[in-house]
Design a protein around this ligand. Structure first.
Ligand code: PGA
Length: 253
């Protein structure tokens, strides 16, 4: 079975004390998970060390960075390199989140550079893709996501693409309370898998975990996660409440 993943994205929220408390509550209340189920907590850079130490007690948990820089090193004041993340034993990194694309003008090509650096430094990228409302309204979402995939990922080898976790996050559903329907989610996830299969073959496509993100909450997670091509979620707002996030984790297949 493909890995089923509940990933949280805390974004720029909390402080060290509140983050510690939230993680502690999640860890002490989460039910025992199966081997194929995983929780990945994407925390702000200053909390990585604390979070890494805390999750060491639960082998189903991993920590992720929310971003990395697209150059290896150098005069980029305030930026964080993949080598820095690797050196503190972070194993995952979100890449190409729509907020980074929108507010920091990240392009598909830059995201491809980040993916390459992540893989070179043994970080598994959680690659985000997804269309905005006008693309969805014009029914061009399938092609839009295909271009995102091909421009940022399709230079990778078969072995490399297998290390990627894909998160489909329609921008119109992020932080809006407007979740895509299970049907819309399944259709897009099946499309993404088909596009990967066309390039890398079905065996590879069937190995890649594809998460859904966009207003996942305790009430809708299970229905969405149950869709055939959905392998869990990337959760923002609802991951800031321990009870809600634990309920979401419990919805994994
Ligand atoms: P949301 O955010 O769950 O608050 O909609 C999801 C995300 O941006 O990853």
């Amino acid at each position: 079975m493909r890995k089923q993943i509940a990933a949280s994205n805390w974004k720029m929220n909390l402080n060290l004390q509140k983050a510690d408390e939230l993680l502690q509550t999640v860890l002490t209340t989460v039910p025992k998970l199966k081997a194929h189920q995983q929780v990945i907590i994407a925390v702000p850079f200053p909390f990585l060390q604390m979070a890494k130490e805390k999750i060491a007690t639960n082998s189903n948990f991993e920590i992720a960075a929310q971003n990395c820089h697209h150059k290896k090193s150098g005069a980029f004041t305030g930026e964080i390199s993949t080598e820095m993340l690797q050196s503190i034993c972070v194993n995952y990194c979100i890449v190409g989140h729509s907020e980074r694309r929108e507010y920091f003008l990240e392009t598909n090509n830059q995201i491809a550079e980040k993916i390459n650096l992540c893989l070179a430094d043994q970080l598994a990228p959680i690659f985000c893709c997804g269309e905005n409302l006008s693309v969805r309204d014009s029914e061009n979402q399938n092609n839009f996501v295909k271009v995102q995939l091909s421009e940022s990922l399709f230079h990778l080898s078969e072995d490399e693409i297998k290390k990627i976790i894909i998160a489909y996050e329609p921008i119109w559903a992020i932080g809006t309370g407007k979740t895509a329907t299970a049907n819309q989610v399944q259709q897009m996830h099946a499309h993404i898998r088909t596009v990967i299969a066309e390039k890398y073959g079905e065996v590879v496509a069937n190995e890649i975990s594809i998460l859904y993100g966009g207003s996942v909450n305790a009430a809708n997670a299970k229905e969405i996660f149950n869709c055939q091509d959905v392998d869990g979620g990337l959760v923002g707002g609802a991951s800031l409440k321990a009870v809600d996030f634990v309920e979401i984790i419990s919805g994994l297949k």
